[in-house]
Design a binder for this molecule. Structure first.
Ligand code: NI
Ligand code: MN
Length: 218
């Protein structure tokens, strides 16, 4: 059984019953945060880019939990010797004890000199999850969906900094994903959206609207 725990904004945890994968753990200062950074559990922490609303509390959580942090090499310097890291880059796949992590492109600024923003395809608990990170719509999402059959696509819909519901619906089509979960909206007024708009626009996939603090079985 694979559980999706949504902690608000773009922060979520995937739990296969044994391993907990925490993604973009922005909790301190996140008005939608459903958990305190001191209470969240992690064996792995995946970071998509260095903007504060993504890297967030990753350094502190990594030190406290001894989790392994995964991200681009430029971003993996933050912990020094105190933190276990796996630096990887776009197109790369890392096999892990729970399955695999593939780093895929995102069309967004990185928040760090020499860096790039990314998304992740995560194989865990017999499912394939695609988290787009912060990104604009791009047609190469088709290639991501051709390589792996995406069970769940986690897509930003807030607009302003990322895709909005209209572009996210097109992304679902490009990806051929079976299920969609919108993220990265409603945290602040500037990215306020009605997720029901995505529900209306998406065809051929099931949209799951999960609120901060809620969990669903994938
Ligand atoms: Ni960003
Ligand atoms: Mn963001």
């Amino acid at each position: 059984m694979l559980t999706y725990n949504y902690y608000g904004h773009a922060c979520f945890q995937l739990d296969d019953g044994k391993i907990k994968i925490l993604v973009d753990p922005f909790l301190t200062g996140n008005p939608m945060a459903a958990i305190d950074e001191k209470d969240v559990a992690a064996d792995y922490i995946l970071v998509t880019h260095a903007h504060g609303d993504h890297i967030g509390d990753a350094p502190n959580i990594a030190v406290r939990t001894d989790a392994t942090v995964i991200g681009i090499p430029e971003l993996m310097e933050f912990g020094g010797q105190r933190v276990k890291t796996i630096g990887m880059n776009l197109g790369g796949t890392v096999k892990t004890e729970f399955g695999f992590v593939r780093m895929v492109p995102a069309l967004h600024s990185s928040g760090i000199a020499g860096g790039v923003a990314c998304g992740y395809v995560i194989g865990v608990g017999g499912k394939v999850i695609y988290f787009a990170g912060d990104t604009a719509l791009f047609s190469d999402m088709k290639l991501i969906g051709e390589r792996d059959k995406i069970d769940y696509a986690l897509l930003p819909i807030g607009g302003h900094y990322t895709m909005d519901p209209i572009d996210a619906a097109k992304a679902v089509e490009f990806l051929g994903a079976a299920n969609v979960i919108p993220v990265h909206y409603g945290t602040w007024d500037v990215i306020k959206q009605n997720p029901e708009d995505l529900l209306k626009l998406v065809k051929g996939a099931k949209v799951h609207i999960v609120k901060p603090g809620q969990s669903i079985t994938l």
